[in-house]
Design a protein around this ligand. Structure first.
Ligand code: XUL
Ligand code: CO
Length: 455
């Protein structure tokens, strides 16, 4: 097999600017460009995922793989194929010029006939990944274990009715958590692949919740035992593959963590399309996680508003990403997290170069959204209007209510005398939306022009 999988693409993808006609150049993303005093690359911490981009052949439930991926040829020896896949992925990531990648254990190492053989495959491939990382400087945003593809996990992993499956999943997560630690991963992700149910008729909800809590407590304990300093992240999703997934959305995960004393141990990896499948906006999920202190990282893939399933498309809406980025920047920006493209090409995008087009478009969309969000923060109009809206809570009445000094009876007395007599005020939603749109239409405008205009 050839060892140059992307020979059509120059290294690394250059910045061409908005007037560029080169499809293999970034139009907006300039890693060194400063936004709010920080480099774009450091703001966004972009990652390529191995699962969808290198491990998936372009199959769907109605048809087989369509993609030109020589490393996925089923006639190859599984370990030779695994090495070629990782070589291709590192060639891609370095040519794209991003700093991070993400993977499941099964994305890089095939399952063996026994657990010991599977472990040996993983160890050999982690060695191979370590060599590539040392050579290229590419870092691991997160590692995770695939606890959903093998038939043993058909009824869930931690929430399986059979404790032996729980134990098997525990062994698999232990291995992958240690591998992530060894590679210096910034986070470890737990997406509850099949932690949910198909029918309540055979499901004991209370028991399964207790099992999941026990599992997550064991993972946190092991993290501390081995000295892994990265963040543990749960990835909410409401359904698919199961009819109902327990980690439904950020609020559900937050309540679960609080109920089981795990609140300090886990944060969330929010996937844009999972938010919309849960009936929320991506903006809502990010804002909720920030407000409750559990925001961790992002899987940036979007859905299609026409479909009710996880289409996992590369992001292309500046409007939607800008609102999410605004919340992230307001909260001080990403720490251990990043923007991972857990996204799939469409099945007809068969060529290897299509992977570049998809990532270049997604990264440019993110970069443009970052400029918009940075402008919203810099000009501060939205924040000022929000603060004005709550100004009463900084006054005597607001403070005395929140401090617990006043009782229902005392408030009722002041209302009865007419001393307290509220007058509704405008929420000014359309004004706020106009401010956001103005930023979107003028994202490249430097802040000083704005100041000169006296806004
Ligand atoms: C599935 C999904 C996964 C997780 C990692 O919908 O998003 O790729 O991100 O297991
Ligand atoms: Co994901």
């Amino acid at each position: 097999m050839d060892d140059d999988f992307f020979s059509e693409v120059a290294e690394p993808i250059p910045f061409g600017g908005l007037d560029s006609t080169d499809p293999l150049a970034f139009k907006v993303y300039e890693p060194d460009r400063l936004v709010l005093g920080k480099r774009m690359e450091d703001h966004l911490r972009i990652a390529v995922c191995l699962w969808h981009s290198f491990n998936w052949p372009g199959s769907d439930v109605f048809g087989s793989g369509t993609f030109d991926r020589p490393w996925l040829d089923p006639r190859l020896d599984p370990m030779i194929a695994a090495r070629a896949k990782l070589d291709a992925a590192f060639e891609f990531v370095t040519k794209l010029g991003v700093r991070f990648f993400c993977f499941h254990d099964r994305d890089i190492a095939p399952e063996g006939r026994t657990f010991a053989e599977t472990r040996a495959n993983l160890d050999a491939m982690i060695d191979h990944a370590e060599t590539h990382m040392a050579r290229t400087g590419v870092k691991l945003l997160w590692g995770t274990a695939n606890l959903f593809s093998h038939p043993r996990y058909a009824a869930g992993a931690a929430t399986n009715p059979d404790p032996e499956v729980f134990a098997y999943a525990a062994a698999q997560v232990k291995a992958m958590l240690e591998a992530t630690h060894r590679l210096g991963g910034a986070n470890y992700v737990l997406w509850g692949g099949r932690e949910g149910y198909e029918t309540l008729l055979n499901t004991d909800l209370a028991r399964e919740e207790a099992q999941l809590a026990r599992f997550l407590a064991m993972v946190a304990e092991h993290k501390h035992r081995i000295g892994f300093k990265g963040m543990l992240l749960i990835e909410p999703k409401p359904q698919e593959p199961t009819k109902h997934q327990y980690d439904y959305d950020c609020a559900t995960v937050h309540g679960f963590l609080a109920r089981h004393g795990l609140a300090g141990e886990y944060r969330v990896n929010i996937e844009a399309n999972h938010a919309t499948l849960a009936g929320h906006s991506f903006h809502h999920e990010v804002a909720y996680a920030v407000a409750t202190g559990i925001f961790g990282s992002i899987d940036a893939n979007r859905g299609d508003y026409q479909n009710g399933w996880d289409t996992d498309q590369f992001p292309n809406s500046v409007d939607e990403l800008a609102l999410a980025l605004y919340e992230i920047l307001r909260a001080g920006g990403l720490t251990t997290g990043g923007f991972n493209f857990d996204a799939k090409l469409r099945r007809q995008s068969m060529g290897r170069t299509d992977l570049f087009h998809a990532h270049i478009g997604g990264i440019d969309t993110l970069a443009r959204a970052l400029l918009v969000a940075g402008g919203m923060i810099e000009r501060g109009a939205l924040e000022r209007l929000r603060e004005e809206r709550y100004a009463g809570w900084a006054g005597d009445l607001g403070r005395s209510i929140l401090s617990g000094e006043v009782l229902l009876e005392m408030l009722a007395g002041r209302v009865a005398t007419g001393e307290i007599d509220p007058h509704p005020v405008s929420g000014r939603q359309e004004l706020l939306e106009n401010i956001v749109n103005q930023e979107i239409w003028a994202a490249d405008r430097p802040a000083r022009d704005e100041k000169a205009a006296g806004r």
